[in-house]
Design a protein around this ligand. Sequence first.
Ligand code: SF4
Ligand code: MSK
Length: 631
Amino acid sequence: MKTFENVTSIEQMEAETAKLKEMAVKLGTETWEDRNKNQTPHCKFGEDGVCCKNCSMGPCRITAKASRGICGADAHAIAGRNYLRMIAAGTSAHSDHARELLHVLHGASPNGSYRVRDEQKLLRLANEWGVATENRDIYDVAHEVAEVGLMEFGKPFGTQLFIKRAIPQRQKVWKEQNIEPRAIDREIATAMHMTHMGNTADAEVLVRQGLRASLSNGWGGSMLGTEVTDILFGIPTVRNTEGNLGVLEKDMVNIVVHGHDPAFSEMVVTAAELKELSDYAKTKGAKGINIVGLCCTANEVAMRHGVRMAGNFLQQENAILTGAIEMMCVDIQCIFPALASLSECFHTKFVTSSSIARIPGAIHVEFKPETAFEQAKELIKMAVDNFSKRDNSKVYIPPTKQAATVGYPCEQIIKQLDGITNSHVDELGSYRPAIDAIKAGVLRGAVAIVGCNNPRVRPDYSHFEIMKELLKNDVLIVATGCSAQLATKAGFLNKEAKYICGAGLRRVCDLVDIPPILHMGACVDISRMMLLASGIARDWGVDTTQIPVIGCAPEWMSEKAVSIANYVVSTGIDVYLGIEPQVKGSAQMMELITQGTRKITGAGYIINKDPHELVKAMLDGIEAKRAALGI
Ligand code: SF4
Ligand code: MSK
C-alpha cells in the first residue's frame, strides 16, 4: 500500500532549532531555552497555585506549618482565586481582541482601509440580532451590527446573544446551573471582584464563576471576534500554502507578521501585493517581498490569503535567528518581549503596532484604522530599505517546509459534506454525512487539538505523537492555533497524509477531498469548533456531552487557554490536558476541575503529561461515548 514518507519528524525540527541556536551562542545572546534553565526549578508555591498576593498583608503561601494565609484563606480558596483570575485574564484577551475589531467594523467605509468583504455573513448576523436590513446601505447595517456587538461587553441586563446558537439542551444546562454568561466586561469584573481580598473563599463558587466567565468568551467575545473577522476579511476558504522556516526566502525582503489581531496584518499583506512596492524592492536588489506569518496571525492570513506560515509559539526567536528577517511586525498576545533585544543582534526591525502590547526596544507604530493601509505601506518600505543591511554571514534559513491545505471553517466543512451527499437541509447545512461515518465506525470520532507550546514538555512532541496516534485510529482532527502550526510543520495538513491514517479516515479523506487534519484557524476560532460540535449534536439529536467529540490541549501555556478549556467544558466537551493547571496544592480544586464540573456541565478535564498515556485516555473516552450511544 502507498505510504506517506514525507512527515517531518520532531528530531528533524529539533536539529534545525539546534543549528539556529548555534548562531545565538556565537552572538552571545540568549533564547527561551537559556531562560527556561535559569527559571528551573520553578517556584513550588506558584506551580501548586498556593501563593496569594491579592493584598499587601501577603504574599501568603500555604506550607506544612501555615495552612492559611493571614486573612484565613486556605489552599482551596487561594488556588481557586488564582485559577479564576487566569480565566478572567484569558477572557479579557480574546474579548478585547474582538472589541478592537468591532470598532474597526464600526469605522468601515466603502473607500476606507477596511470594507465589508462578506455581505452575506453580515446580513445573516444582522438578521440574527434583529438589525433591520431592508433598503439600507450595507455600511449602515455594518455600523449598527458593530454597535450591537459592542453592547455585548457592557449591557446592564440580559445574557450573551450568541448563547441562542447553542443547542436547547445546553442552554437549559447553563440556565439551570446559573452560569449563563451576562455582559463580557461584567463577567470579568465579577471574577476580579470575587477574588479581591475578603471576598469568595469557596472553591466551588470560584470554579462556577470560571465557567460563566469563560462562556462569555467562547459564546461571546471569541465568537464575536471570529464573526467580525469573517465580515471584514472574508470567510476563510480552502487554500494551499506551506509551513515552517523554509518559507523564508534568501533573495527576498522577508517580513514576519506575528500575534493575533488580523486587522493590522491584513493591511500588511494587502499592501505587499502592490506592484509599486515589489518594484521598489527590486530597485534595492531583492527579488520581491515575502510576507510570512507566525503564531495565530499566521493562521489568520494563511486561511484568507494563502500566506505561508513560518512557525508556532516557541519558534518566534528562531525566525529572527535565521538572520534573514528584514522586519517583524507584531500585534497582540504571545509575543516574547525578548524579540526586541534579539532583533538588535541582527539588522531586523522589530515593530509593535498596538497600545495593548508595547515592548521596550521596539519601533512603535501605533496602528490606526483610518490610516492603516498607508502605515502598512510605509512599514513595508522601511523593511525594503533594510534589505541591504542584511549580513549574509549571519544568515541560515533551515530548508524544511511542508505543503499544507488550510481553511476549514464550519461553512467550508458543510460545503464539502454537501458536495458528497447533497444533504443540505437548511441555511446552516448538515453534518449528517460525518455523523453517518461516525455511526458506521468508519470514523471513531473527532478531536479538537488546540493550544500552544510549553517548555515544560518537549516542544511540539506531544502534539505530534497525539495527532499521529489519533489519525492511525480513524479519528478526525480539527486544529487551531499553534497546534495547527505543528500539524503544518509535520506535513499532516498535506492531503497525501491520508496514507498515514487508518483505512476509515483515509476513505473519508478521499471521499470528501480533505486532509486528515482540518485547519480551523486561530485560537480565537475555537468558537468555530463550539459551533461545529453543537451542529453535530443538533443533527444527531443528542446533547454535546454525548457525541464522541473531545478537546485536547497537550502543550497549553496561556491564560487564554484556561479560559478556552473552561468554555469547552461548559459546552459539555471533555478536555484532555498535557500540562497541569496550577492548582495542585488544593485537593479540592483538583477534584473540582476533573470531576466537580461534570456535575455542573457534564464534562471535565483529564490530565496526563505523558502524550502516549493521554492519547490512550482520549481513545478510551471516545469509545466510552460511542458505547453509551449504542454504536
Ligand atoms: Fe494573604 Fe489573604 Fe491577603 Fe491573600 S488575601 S495575601 S491570603 S492575607
Ligand atoms: S498563538 S495562545 S501560543 S496557541 Fe494563538 Fe499559539 Fe497559544 Fe498563543
